[in-house]
Design a protein around this ligand. Sequence first.
Ligand SMILES: *Cc1c(COP(=O)(O)O)cnc(C)c1O
Length: 393
Amino acid sequence: MSYNVNSEGFYGEFGGAYIPEILYKCVENLRQNYLKYIDSEDFRNEYMTLLRDYVGRPSPLYYAKRLSERYGAKIYLKREDLNHTGAHKINNTVGQILLARRMGKTRIIAETGAGQHGVATATVCALMNMECVVYMGKTDVERQRINVEKMKMLGAEVRPVLSGNMTLKDATNEAIRDWCCHPDTTFYIIGSTVGPHPYPDMVARLQSVISSEIREQLQEKIGRDYPDYLMACVGGGSNAAGTIYHYLDDERVKIVLAEAGGLGIDSGQTAATIQRGTLGILHGSRTLVMQTADGQIVEPYSISAGLDYPGIGPIHANLASCGRARVLAVDDAEALAAAYELTRLEGIIPALESAHALGALPKMKFNPDDVVVLTVSGRGDKDIETYLKHIND
Ligand SMILES: *Cc1c(COP(=O)(O)O)cnc(C)c1O
């Protein structure tokens, strides 16, 4: 048995492609061609060159000495925060835009919540001179002004979305609507391991550069190419999928996923989708969804704008339901404390999302020899205001 995707696009009972008929042709076209393109030598060369010279890869694997002493294990941080644009998301957008060009598309659309994926998409569109439209809920446009200005400066058009709660789910709906109107010219760059097959698999493969580097870097540093634990935060699940990709079926490696507990998983103010979700279909994928008894989406809440998606990548829904991954909810207050701790112990200010992975450390019981690799998915520059607001909590 494998925990990877099967030929129909499912991870166990999760995944698939539940899409309107009008998108069938273009999703099918992508499904039939994505592997041919991304496995080709020409694509690999261009992709790896951009990751090296533009993104700044490989990202370091850093032995965090003081953090290790605190938690009684050998903790290594995978430093995605050092990438161009400040997070792992650029690994995916660089890959998808190369694919879009090879498929002859002329126009790029994307959805964004906090604006991080929007900025990563607008960045590669500037690089490749492609037209770029980013859908963003009006609430988020107001909350994330700096990212909106960055996208505009990069040449993207930001379209505020006025439906629903005017946040990420609504922006995604609007992007899908746009895609339905322009399926021949437009490539939809999805920002996480979500959406209809082949997106979750495609995004996981484009992020898998993270685990392939971890393998090489561990071999070099400890003479063994696998850790005892891999830890990452999950919003839609792309940095986690990239972190675990090459170890999915290696049961020597334990997987720990940190989802956003918000004010507590029983508070009604949470984004702990894996623990609070039920089986449903969201944005083309069968997965765990935060929903009411009659299937309406329940708006998720987290202090971290990048983790409040009401669904979860099907790969992670399956890992959790099989018991292959351990899922921990980390609340707002625990994440804030973890961010301050990393800052003071190691001089690294993490993104609030990444702070959720760090906030899972106190919930673990390690042996002193355990090797732990924890992915710091992004840097905290964008979160400084939130950190300052809560400095005395
Ligand atoms: C967007 C984001 C996340 C959450 O997305 P995943 O697809 O779950 O990785 C996590 N960390 C950072 C820094 C982000 O920008």
